[in-house]
Design a binder for this molecule. Structure first.
Ligand code: ATP
Length: 264
């Protein structure tokens, strides 16, 4: 009998297996993560929220392979990660520090591809496509400091996109832009996700944003952090900044997540 599902559809892309992290030693030791366990399926959009200082950035840095857990392991596409995995890109909150001010917009977007040894023509095509996708066609020759904060964050998103990642990690990417720009960037990320089908893990302090964007919201506990709850967001797609946020189910879910963060 033929299989009814392909193996790829049933295997998680990311598996966080009993991950703990302790910074420092002895009296100075700080237990940030405590036995975190969860999985993310290919194509899922998962928001990660939690109280301030819960360890969200520590978790994302561990997922990115930028630091090793003191206990447990992270698996991406079936391989235990010991460094930055292939096919992963990351977008940080602080675009002014993540973009290189002495490089043009195009050179910033092409930077990871150049380092990976891409052919010039392929790189130029990927850069143009990515900039067009984030609404910055025509800005190739500008420098990051000539752009608004929201535009700089679009450049950072384009740089991630040009790399064609299967896994995109985003650490509070819209925390430093104004409210209208934030909504525009949220919808940009949803469109990108729909277009490319990539898997996205998105750390945010903003409860409404976590619910608006995601298929699931993982709520971390007070430190040392464990997974306090894993909330399925059963809101229909496509999402709309006004209509989705008006839905009674949206209001119910955001209250549920808020209560969980506050420890109720
Ligand atoms: N390199 C480090 N060395 C020592 N302690 C650290 C280091 N990085 C983070 N910490 C500590 O680990 C804890 C978790 O930090 P982390 O930045 O991961 O939390 P967060 O949930 O992202 O914080 P926030 O809500 O403020 O964004 C904090 O108490 C922080 O001071």
């Amino acid at each position: 009998m033929p299989p009814t599902t392909t193996p790829a559809a049933t295997e998680p892309l990311v598996r966080v297996d009993a991950v703990s992290h302790v910074y420092g030693t002895g009296d100075a030791a700080h237990h940030a993560l405590d036995g975190l366990d969860f999985s993310v399926m290919p194509g899922e959009f998962v928001s990660i929220v939690g109280p301030s200082g819960a360890g969200k950035t520590t978790l994302l840095r561990t997922l990115a392979g930028l630091q090793q857990p003191t206990e447990g392991a992270v698996w991406v596409a079936g391989s235990r990660i010991t460094g930055v995995p292939d096919g992963m890109a990351m977008v940080f909150q602080d675009y002014s520090r993540s973009l290189l001010p002495w490089l043009s917009v195009a050179a910033n977007v092409g930077f990871p591809l150049k380092r990976a040894g891409a052919q010039k023509a392929d790189m130029q095509r990927a850069v143009s496509e990515a900039l067009a996708e984030v609404g910055l066609a025509g800005f190739e020759r500008r420098y990051p400091w000539q752009l608004s904060g929201g535009m700089q964050q679009r450049v950072a998103i384009a740089r991630a996109l040009a790399y064609r990642p299967t896994l995109l990690l985003m650490d509070e990417p819209f925390a430093s832009v104004d409210a209208q720009t934030r909504e525009d960037l949220e919808d940009l990320v949803l469109r990108i996700r729909e277009h490319h089908g990539m898997t996205i893990l998105f750390v945010t302090h903003d409860i409404d944003e976590s619910v608006y964007l995601a298929d699931r919201v993982i709520v971390l506990s007070h430190p040392p952090a464990h997974v306090r709850s894993d909330v399925e967001i059963d809101l229909p797609f496509p999402r709309d900044q006004i209509a989705t946020r008006e839905l009674p189910r949206f209001v119910q879910l955001r209250s549920q997540v808020a209560r969980l963060i506050h420890g109720e």
